[in-house]
Design a protein around this ligand. Structure first.
Ligand code: HEC
Ligand code: HEC
Length: 471
């Protein structure tokens, strides 16, 4: 009897515990369903498809022109002192950037070393005033390039560049924003020009670089432009150089994210935390969300407008403000008082791998920048420069940031921010990563092979540290 009773007990407990596990399971599913339903409404409301507009028009990396562009992008011949390539600051293995808060171009200790171990000669503090944005998905921008939008499409007219007074269009800008941009790094003293042809016009400088290439690059250009007969003088021009580089950059399309799969119907593509983060991201503050979508809108996560987000201003800046080390952002282009401290809203695709974050790389963690976007002024006031991983001027951070705050910040802080909110938003941001950008084998199409034909033996063979590991 006693035994039977015990057995009953045991069965009873087993049944109860089975029921309660089942109950918890259903509750969890219910929860998941509710958040999936909320999200599907938000996805409809914000007209998201997962695929940014214009992707289908972008070129393949396998086209001959993109292949030539890749060689040029990795060639140190395009810098004044033959040490620096575009890839020095925009390497696919470093998220299409350089992993530095502020870039280091010419005058480096070891030109092949990229990333946090890159140093200027004599360990000087970084001189480039801004963070190198990613070249990933660069062909998806419709309106403007650069943090201050100084390359801008002027509707119906053409493209404005810094070679012209604002807002005049530049007849030499080329086919698209990316080509227009590619003509400028070589003219920047701290990025690629150095002391080469000091004091000359930008165009003189570009022509001089084209002249250099004529010696060894004719075969590569003839293949790239599928033009076997044209002479070096007619084929190796600054226009064709920028056209080929742009073709390569525009082939860097990395949009296949878990978030895209989720929008397309795969409910397993996101973790519950990422789903909660997405809900915060797409829900306005008036409805209890974080309202990020107000600026990071659409499938490319940007309104392509400029805003003042009180980003702590580190580095030498653009010689602006009371300290002389501030950066007035778009004001420098338009001279409009209201544009002071405004910077273009960055895309958030692959944001996980494009750090440090902000126009000057002030934040070195995704959590830090996320907290900042939730309550910019508080975060800016508490900014800790100790997080920086390189030698950067920081003595004026407080004064500079205060000046930006006084100019009027465009984000109202979210009233209550919990640690879970931050964690969930970060999980969502991580769901915007295309797995290819974390995979050397997948990225190898965009990185020249060490034994590829190298016209003048000037190809950058990037190392990620002094021990000699190749990137
Ligand atoms: C020394 C580092 C460095 C080198 C070398 C360099 N860049 Fe950059 N690049 C930057 C920085 C910093 C910015 C942002 C400047 C700004 O917005 O004021 C930038 C901006 C860009 C942008 C605009 C991105 C956007 O989202 O608006 C593109 C595209 C780009 N660079 C391509 C190139 C190409 C092509 C080359 C070679 C011809 C090159 N870069 C060489 C550091 C570098
Ligand atoms: C008022 C417009 C606006 C809102 C709202 C906004 N952002 Fe931003 N965001 C920006 C601008 C502008 C920048 C660049 C600022 C700079 O560099 O000075 C930026 C930068 C970022 C960056 C750094 C990206 C990079 O490549 O450096 C992240 C991450 C980010 N925002 C996430 C968020 C999140 C998460 C939210 C919601 C909590 C949010 N943002 C709300 C405009 C906005």
């Amino acid at each position: 009897m006693l035994i039977i009773k015990n057995k009953c007990w045991a069965i009873g407990i087993a049944v109860i515990s089975f029921l309660s596990t089942a109950h918890a399971e259903t509750l969890k599913q219910l929860n998941d369903t509710t958040i999936d339903q909320d999200l599907s409404q938000l996805i409809i409301k914000h007209k998201l498809t997962g695929t940014p507009e214009g992707v289908e028009k972008l070129p393949s990396i396998n086209s001959p022109k993109a292949q030539l562009g890749m060689k040029l992008f990795y060639s140190k011949t395009l810098s004044g002192d033959n040490t620096t390539a575009c890839a020095t600051c925009h390497h696919p293995m470093l998220g299409g950037g350089d992993n530095l808060s502020l870039s280091i171009g010419v005058d480096s200790q070891n030109p092949e070393v990229l990333g946090v171990h890159r140093r200027l000669k004599n360990n000087q503090m970084a001189r480039v005033p801004r963070n190198a944005p990613t070249t990933f998905n660069i062909g998806l921008w419709k309106k403007a390039l650069f943090h201050d939008m100084r390359i801008e499409k002027i509707d119906g007219k053409g493209i404005h560049t810094p070679d012209m007074p604002y807002p005049q269009v530049d007849a030499l800008a080329g086919e698209n924003l990316v080509q227009a941009q590619a003509r400028f790094p070589v003219t920047s003293k701290d990025e690629m020009r150095g002391e080469f042809l000091k004091g000359t016009y930008n165009q003189t400088m570009r022509r001089a670089l084209a002249e250099r290439l004529k010696k060894n690059w004719l075969k590569a250009f003839r293949t790239g432009f599928s033009d076997p007969t044209t002479s070096a003088d007619d084929l190796i021009t600054e226009q064709n150089i920028s056209e080929a580089i742009a073709e390569y950059e525009r082939s860097q399309v990395f949009i296949n994210t878990p978030w895209k799969r989720y929008i397309e119907g795969d409910r397993q593509a996101l973790s519950l935390a990422a789903k909660k983060g997405a809900k915060l991201f797409y829900t306005s503050q008036s409805k209890g969300g974080a309202g990020c979508v107000r600026c990071h809108s659409g499938d490319f996560f940007t309104d392509e407008k400029a805003h003042n987000t009180a980003m702590p201003q580190i580095g030498n800046g653009k010689d602006n403000g009371i300290t002389g080390s501030n950066d007035y952002g778009c004001y420098l282009v338009t001279q409009k008082e209201t544009d002071k401290f405004r910077f273009r809203t960055p895309s958030l695709l692959n944001v996980e791998v494009t750090g440090p974050w902000g126009h000057d790389g002030a934040y070195t963690s995704l959590e830090g920048i996320t907290r900042h976007m939730l309550s910019p002024i508080k975060s800016a006031r508490n900014y800790d420069p100790k997080q920086l991983k390189q030698s950067v001027a920081t003595k004026d951070v407080r004064k500079n940031t205060l000046e930006a705050i006084k100019a009027g910040v465009d984000i109202t802080p979210k009233p209550k921010v919990s640690q879970t909110d931050v964690k969930n938003l970060v999980a969502f941001l991580q769901a915007l990563t295309d797995p290819c950008v974390k995979d050397r084998a997948c990225l190898s199409k965009w990185i020249p092979d060490a034994n590829d034909n190298d016209p003048d033996k000037q190809m950058l063979h990037a190392l990620n540290n002094k021990s000699g590991d190749t990137l």
